[in-house]
Design a protein around this ligand. Sequence first.
Ligand code: PAF
Length: 257
Amino acid sequence: MKIVKGTAAWLKLRAGPLFKGKTVGFVPTMGALHAGHRSLLKRAKKDNSLSIASIFVNPAQFNDKRDLARYPRTLAGDIEILQKEKTDFLLLPGAGDMYPDGYRYRLSENSDSKVLCGAHRPGHFEGVLTVVLKLLNLVRADKAYFGEKDYQQFHLVREMAEAFFTGTKIIPCPTLREADGLAMSSRNLLLTTEERQLAPALYKALRSSARPEEINRQLSELGFEPEYIEERWGRRFAAAKLGKVRLIDNVKLAFVP
Ligand code: PAF
């Protein structure tokens, strides 16, 4: 696997002979890679002649500075995982590479980014959409792979990629779960042992026949701090804090009794 740090070096490589006539699959990440990411990397490898991952903990999408400081950073382990998945290139830019303009130029969306997580994390999707557009412009992939655990992100990125004629097809990949149902997430690393035991209750509640208000009450009684339980786009969505860790999950309404 070739690791490329700066955007200038990357653009030179991308324009060169290595990519001629090749199809490119891209998996953008913020690192702390887990089995969920591995499933995206495998898809990118299988569907394309070259696979590319990026690791960039994007400051612009963190509305809470403490959350950014706490976000798990596990670069050595991530590189091992990428090598095992035979990823061809790792793009590893710094904040100066991604925001040479100091984040003066940014991309906003005025509807679906204002609900669910967007209603509780001001500026979050502006940061996500801006960095994903920059990454798509840098990588110029045929396909980019996004997990359905962050369904609102996938939905917004897919529409943005079309709206800005990026030429990259955004592919949704199913949420991977631990044996007890907890959706895999880099943030799970931050849960205490007790919180980790309690965390699968979020998925269980989402799949129950209870109505959203009732689920909210049940989760609060268990010790979660629910932000929202809401149904839209044929899915039921939840976000709740467990201690300092914010967990999100969603299920298709077809799976709700
Ligand atoms: O889902 C993530 O890890 C991030 O939001 C993404 C898509 C890499 C943008 O920073």
